[in-house]
Ligand binder design. Structure first.
Ligand SMILES: NC(=O)c1ccc[n+]([C@@H]2O[C@H](COP(=O)([O-])OP(=O)(O)OC[C@H]3O[C@@H](n4cnc5c(N)ncnc54)[C@H](O)[C@@H]3O)[C@@H](O)[C@H]2O)c1
Length: 433
């Protein structure tokens, strides 16, 4: 099977290298020439554990993988074309911006030469895949292609493993032939007995938004309960453990913290609310989730300012800038949002992150970036654990406190033992404790 993947970001590149690992001839396309040049030299444009070995293997050894900047040349021989371009939020009302998807659909329609499947793997609102079909029908006869929805559920930081061992694969097809081709494509996953969920195109598109929105709801829920815990002297970690052990609830996504960020949850929650509004359906539960999450970083910054009695000109240190560990992605990162608020209040912000500093610096020149966590914490009045990278769990905290008085630590991710830190002399503030 010949595959073409259009959009070589996190989803497109991971899908590309993993499909090559399955044994398929795969072309990954991007309009960003720098990105294609880097990839052709086996350089991954972002940090993701495990990807460089696969990239190198299939680009240079098996030669199953190639990169191109030309949609026209790359779709001619394709049996399946995946659309994996970004679908960011528009500024107004959080609607998904589908302009990249429409551009790609038009380009595909002008260049395909034989029957193929055109698959939306980007996260797209219900109705988008059928709209892609309409665009393609402007140039191509309906017997020459089929459209399919195949949303992606990988998580940055464990993307390769998630792609190779997913909990499920969702395929939304219009007919048996396209379902058969998609089942054949994912046949290598039969080894792990991965469930393939076959639905209508509309259900498949909704499954992706409903899944992300549900997880975001769990996060906002536990964060609201954690605020209550702080007021009444309860401990959110004990509460979450007591809840999560119940199989009906489950322990995942019950970690109190600064709120959800990243390239998916914030925009997907907003886009799902927008879809519901467009259809006059009450999804107010999600509006509450979104509003609470949007306001959380301001409340955390206020808490830091007041508990630490921070004054203009003083220094705060943020450890961790990526939106979660094991990625250099800073899109909608809560650490960066908190850093910006503190900076606006006249606080000098020093920081260290194992992978995300060069991305962070491009957009946030005010950040003072340091070579390691210890240097980032020097001369600071406040230390904020923004992202729970493993290396922060093992810090020598004695070295950091170094006989200072009243050094505050805001452990937004609850990675430390409060008793131990208090014994060392820190003023410790966890989340929901
Ligand atoms: N990042 C994730 O963890 C994740 C997980 C699941 C689903 N998704 C969804 O997958 C989609 C892609 O996300 P991403 O994070 O990979 O995006 P991204 O922004 O990292 O990458 C998108 C790529 O598409 C390219 N592109 C845009 N228009 C193009 C065109 N006309 N021709 C060729 N290339 C073009 C861009 O240059 C960019 O490199 C989104 O809908 C997202 O919601 C993302």
């Amino acid at each position: 099977m010949n595959l073409t993947i259009i959009g070589t970001g996190y989803v497109g590149l991971i899908s590309g290298v993993c499909f090559a690992e399955f044994g398929y001839q795969t072309v990954c396309v991007d309009k960003d020439q720098n990105r294609i040049d880097e990839l052709n030299q086996s350089k991954c444009p972002f940090y993701e554990p495990g990807i460089e070995d696969l990239l190198n293997k299939h680009l240079n050894k098996t030669k199953l993988l190639s990169f191109s900047n030309s949609v026209a040349q790359s779709v001619e021989n394709a049996d399946i074309i995946f659309i994996t371009v970004g679908t960011p939020s528009k500024r107004i009302e959080g609607e998904a911006d589908l302009s990249f998807v429409w551009d790609v659909a038009k380009e595909i329609s002008e260049n395909i030469k034989k029957y193929c499947l055109i698959v939306t793997k980007s996260t797209v609102p219900v109705g988008t895949t059928k709209q892609v079909k309409k665009i393609i029908l402007e140039n191509i006869n309906e017997n020459s292609f089929d459209v399919v929805s195949n949303p992606e559920f990988l998580r940055e930081g464990s993307a390769v493993n998630d792609f190779m061992r997913p909990d499920r694969v969702v395929i939304g097809c219009e007919n048996q032939n396209s379902e058969n081709i998609m089942r054949e494509l994912y046949r290598p996953l039969n080894l792990n007995e991965t469930p393939i969920i076959s639905t209508s195109i509309e259900s498949s598109e909704i499954i992706k938004y409903a899944s992300n929105s549900f997880l975001a709801t769990k996060i906002s829920f536990i964060n609201q309960v954690s605020d209550l815990c702080e007021k009444v002297g309860a401990n959110i970690q004990d509460v979450a453990k007591g809840m999560g052990i119940d199989k009906r609830i489950g322990s995942k996504f019950l970690h109190a913290g600064p709120g959800y960020g990243g390239s998916c949850f914030p925009k997907d929650v907003k886009a799902f609310i927008n879809t519901a509004n467009n259809h006059n359906v009450d999804l107010s539960i999600l509006s509450a989730v979104d509003k609470f999450n949007d306001g959380r970083v301001d409340k955390i910054a206020d808490k830091i300012m007041s508990k630490a009695k921070l004054r203009t000109g003083e220094t705060a240190s943020i450890l961790g800038l990526s939106f979660k560990p094991n990625t250099d992605d800073i899109r909608d990162s809560t650490s960066i949002k908190i850093a910006k608020i503190l900076n606006q209040k006249g606080i000098k912000v020093k920081s260290y992150d194992p992978e995300a500093m060069s991305n962070a610096k491009k957009e946030n020149p005010f950040l003072v970036l340091c070579d390691d966590a210890y240097i980032a914490c020097e001369e600071s009045k406040v230390i904020i654990i923004g992202t729970e990278w493993n290396e922060f769990r093992a810090l020598d905290l004695k070295k950091i406190i170094n006989n200072k008085n009243n050094l505050c630590i805001f452990d937004l991710r609850n990675i430390y033992n409060p008793k131990e830190l208090k014994q060392l002399g820190f003023d410790y503030f966890g989340t929901g404790t």
